[in-house]
Write a protein that binds this ligand. Structure first.
Ligand SMILES: [Zn+2]
Length: 164
């Protein structure tokens, strides 16, 4: 998910490198700083024309998103709860019932408590009338044997909470 401070900004602070120019800001979620744990900030060059900057920012975002997707896929292949699963569609409305997916985690780790870049297992759940949302999937089983239930507290469904 793009951060709120992302986008094209005009810099007017005197004496700064970008003064009087447009620059694009994109955050690389797969590359967190060791000190702050915040995603690394990537910027375009400075542009006098806003349109040029918008194009350069779009290009930069595509590069960063491709890098994030590759890092996530590599991570998913390493973990039992995400390997051999399809990537979740962008919207839960496009996801299928009883299919288990992997995707970029959008919540803090339930055991570590910190928000980090990691692959998580997801299933589609009903959100409200004719709407769907993603829920963290139960970690029981691998690949096509993955449990299709949502995890309730911790990383398992009630049926598998004692089995693992
Ligand atoms: Zn389960």
């Amino acid at each position: 998910m793009p951060s709120r401070s992302e986008g094209v900004i005009f810099c007017r602070s005197k004496g700064k490198k970008w003064n009087g120019r447009w620059k694009g800001v994109v955050y690389d979620r797969s590359d967190r700083l060791a000190t702050t744990r915040k995603p690394r900030k990537c910027t375009t060059a400075g542009y006098t024309d806003r349109g040029d900057c918008v194009r350069a920012t779009r290009e930069l975002r595509m590069q960063v998103e491709a890098k994030v997707a590759a890092a996530l896929e590599a991570m998913a292949n390493e973990l039992d709860h995400t390997r051999d699963l399809p990537l979740r569609p962008a919207s839960a409305a496009q996801a299928e019932a009883n299919v288990v997916y992997y995707g970029e985690a959008f919540h803090a780790d339930r055991e570590e408590g910190s928000k980090s870049f990691r692959a998580e297992r997801y299933v589609r759940v009903p959100a409200s009338r004719e709407r769907f949302a993603y829920a963290t999937g139960c970690r029981h089983g691998v690949g096509k044997h993955a449990c299709v239930n949502a995890a309730v507290r911790g990383y398992h469904c009630p049926e598998h909470k004692d089995v693992g």
